[in-house]
Each structure stands twice: as C-alpha cells, then as structure tokens.
Design a protein around this ligand. Structure first.
Ligand code: CTP
Length: 415
C-alpha cells in the first residue's frame, strides 16, 4: 500500500473531525484517532448513537484528548462550541467507519443526528471509510450512493477486501487506520501552498519614548493572524513575526516570533528569510521612531510645548525585496484617501508583487474590525475581495497569492 511518491505524513495543525458510526470496525476508530494525533492533527470526535454499542465515548475522549459529542442539542457542549462552529472548525470530516446506513443518509442530505448535520453544514472536505458486509457493499443501492458522493467530491477511502467479521470474505472491510491516515494526508497534499514556506509580519510596532511610553497604532493583529492561519490551512510552513497585538495568536502557526519595535521586526524577518518562498507584510510598522529613548521615565519640566525628534525606521518590505529580489512579496496599504493610486505607488516603490489595499477612513476603517474589504493591486490590474469577515478574506487572499505565485513559476520556467 505504501506509495513511495506520497506526501510525507504530517497533519500538523490540521483540524480533523472524526465521525464514528455503528459498525464493528468502530473498535479501530480509537487507533485511528491516536495515529492522527501522533502526526500532529487536532482531533474532535463525533459518535452516532449506534457506534456506542461498539466503542465507548470515554475511550474516544481519552485518545483524542477532547470531549466527544453525539447530541445535536447538548446544552453544555453547545455553550463551548456550537455544532455550526464545529462544522466550520473542521479542515476535514473523516467518517470511519462509515456504515451503509450512514452513507445512505449522507447521500440524501439527512440532518437527523449530529454527524449528518455537521456534514451538511460544513464546507470542508469530507472523507468516508466504508465498512460493511460484502453484499451490502456490492448492493446497487450502496454503489449508487457511493457514486453520487464521489460526484460531490466526497472521498471514499477503501473499503478493503478480505475476511469479514460476519465470517464472509470479500470487499467491505474498513481500511487499516495507518492507511486512512496516509490517505487523509494525501487529501491535503494538493493544497494551494503545499511544500512552500511563508513568512508573515503582523500586528503593530511599539517605538519607545522612555520605559513607560511609546508610540504605536491601532492594528489588532486580526488580519495578519488570519492570513498566517489561512496559509497553514493551505499547506504552507508558516513563520509569523508579530509586533504587539490585542488579538490572540493563531494556535496552529508553529513558529511565532514576538517582537516590539520595527527594528526588532526587521531583525527577526532577516533572520528567518532564508528558504522562504513568499513574504506577506501585514504589520502596521511605525515609519518613524523617537530619535532618542530615555533610559528613565521622562519627568515634566513645566514646558507648554514639548518637541520630539523622530527618525525613519527601516522599511521591512523594501529591505526584504532588496535582499532577495526573487522572493514573492505581498504588501498591505492602509490608506484614508486615493486607495488605488496610493497602493499602486507602494507596489512600485517597494517592488512588491502584490499590494492588498484597505481603507482606514470613516465607516470602512478596517483597523480593529472583524471585517475588511481589500483591493488587490498588481501589474495586471485590480481585484476586489469582500466586504467579508477577515478570516474569510484571508482564505481568499491566500488563494489569490497562490495563483499568482504558481503562475509566476510557470512564466519563469518557460523563459
Ligand atoms: N511596511 C514595512 N516597513 C515599514 C513600513 C511599512 O514593511 N517601515 C510594510 C507594511 O507592512 C505594509 C506596507 O509596507 O505591507 C505598506 O505600509 P503603509 O504603512 O501602508 O505604507 P507606508 O509605506 O508606511 O507609507 P505611508 O505611511 O506614507 O502611507
């Protein structure tokens, strides 16, 4: 079964919703959950009522490290993460084992228990590992259902052929957990940024005046963090360099470097530049810093007007492009006026491959908001994204970046 060309198995940061339905193969679901966790996935288990006859929810909870759910309207569980949030949370829903009855309900869009509801409410990939008696598997009803599911891009993994629990021999056995893990990994291997390294800056910078004061801006980190998370979701190996931010760090970005000032941000970026394929500068970097930083708190001396000198900070985006001209670089432009023309100037001045421009004036001010609207400007023209949640915009932006990155590779290799 081992395919030497297959993608190395790492599901680091992937969110897997493991559905367990009521067949004898459910006893193998515990090993599947354990193996998925071992290769870095975050696993949440949803069990159908019938599956509990074959394996206990306590076992599934112990191996997945998360509480198991089976009821659609479990008040306590809903308070933590509603079933709709759970449907959105998953990168992939893997149902193993998938009984003939579950396959039939999935095919016909039933939402009569938590697992079928989640499948219907999710935009994520869905994969099933069928497990049933060979006659049930070969029946025209099941085969029709499977074909319909395949047409809807739902992946059927297996089944395997061999001795069955019912004493018969033939197709219908659930694949071994190890093989299911390999195939789940394959599901992600054709993603937009698989195998690429992406460096993201996010948040604001803090330019100290003295030990207790400084200048900063209203960047929350939301947009940059959502982009870093979306890049992980798209298969990239992401390094995030973050200045101060009010938003919590994205928990599936493994490599996070926290910095304070623009100069620290530059240093961290330069240290991690080697081997990167894409640089996305989302941070709202202070263009100037106080010329001097007092070692002790500055005391007021009774002056009416206090003057302070500022000096230019390094331009991180421009310096990165200077150092690695071939690196695909994406900048942001936060503008109050003349959004497109100002963004175009930045595209040229910073020699970026793409500028994502957002308005920071009036009602459309993106700073701190959950929503954003972006105008993507490159040498080919302008594309609009949103208005939409920043998390949604981030996913679309990553697709746009990936398309341009890969197109550029094709152009270069055909020169
Ligand atoms: N940027 C950077 N280093 C700086 C300033 C900005 O890397 N010192 C990056 C930002 O992360 C963003 C882009 O450059 O990707 C544009 O930043 P913005 O603050 O909008 O523009 P500025 O170049 O600072 O120009 P201005 O303040 O005049 O609008």
């Amino acid at each position: 079964m081992n395919n030497p060309k297959s993608h190395p198995v790492s599901l680091h940061g992937k969110r897997i919703l493991l559905g367990v339905t009521g067949g004898i193969a459910a006893y193998k679901s515990a090993e599947l959950a354990r193996r998925l966790c071992e290769v870095g996935a975050e696993v949440r288990v949803v069990m159908t009522k019938n599956s509990e006859a074959f394996i206990s929810s306590l076992t599934m909870q112990a191996v997945s490290g998360n509480a198991v759910r089976s009821e659609t309207f479990d008040e306590e569980a809903e308070a933590g993460m509603s079933h709709i949030e759970l449907a959105r949370w998953a990168d992939v829903i893997v149902v193993a084992p998938a009984t003939a009855a579950f396959i039939a309900r999935l095919t016909h869009g039933f939402a009569d228990d938590l697992l079928t509801t989640l499948c219907l409410a999710s935009e994520s990939k869905i994969a099933i590992a069928p497990a049933m008696n060979r006659v049930m598997w070969s029946s025209p009803a099941t085969q029709n259902n499977i074909n319909q599911l395949r047409e809807r891009a739902i992946t059927a993994m297996g089944p395997d052929s061999g001795d069955q629990a019912c004493g018969e021999v033939g197709p219908g056995r659930m694949l071994q957990p190890e093989e299911i893990v390999r195939q789940v990994n394959e599901l992600f291997s054709s993603e937009a940024l698989t195998g690429l390294r992406v460096l993201v800056t996010a948040g604001s910078t803090w330019e100290a005046i003295d030990p207790v004061r400084g200048i900063t801006n209203l960047s929350s980190g939301k947009m940059g963090y959502a982009i870093a998370d979306a890049a992980v979701h798209a298969g990239a190996d992401v390094t995030l360099v973050s200045g101060p931010a009010t938003h919590p760090l994205p928990n599936r970005v493994a490599n996070v470097i926290k910095v304070t000032s623009a100069r620290e941000m530059l240093e961290a970026v330069m240290t991690h530049l080697d081997g990167q394929d894409i640089f996305i500068a989302v941070a709202a970097v202070a263009d100037y810093r106080p010329q001097t930083q007092a070692a002790s708190k500055i005391k007021k001396q009774g002056e009416e007007v206090l003057r302070m000198e500022f000096v230019r900070n390094p331009d991180i985006l421009a310096e990165v492009k200077e150092k690695v001209p071939d690196l695909f670089s994406v900048g942001f432009a936060a503008e109050t006026d003349n959004l497109i023309s100002e963004a175009r100037k930045k595209l040229l001045a910073k020699r970026a491959d793409l500028i994502a421009a957002n308005s920071v004036s009036g009602e459309s001010n993106a700073l701190g908001s959950d929503y954003n609207t972006l105008q993507l400007i490159d040498r080919a023209g302008v594309v609009s994204l949103g208005p939409a949640l920043k998390t949604r915009i981030a996913v679309d932006l990553i697709q746009e970046i990936s398309a341009r990155f890969h197109a550029r590779g094709t152009l270069q290799s055909t020169r």
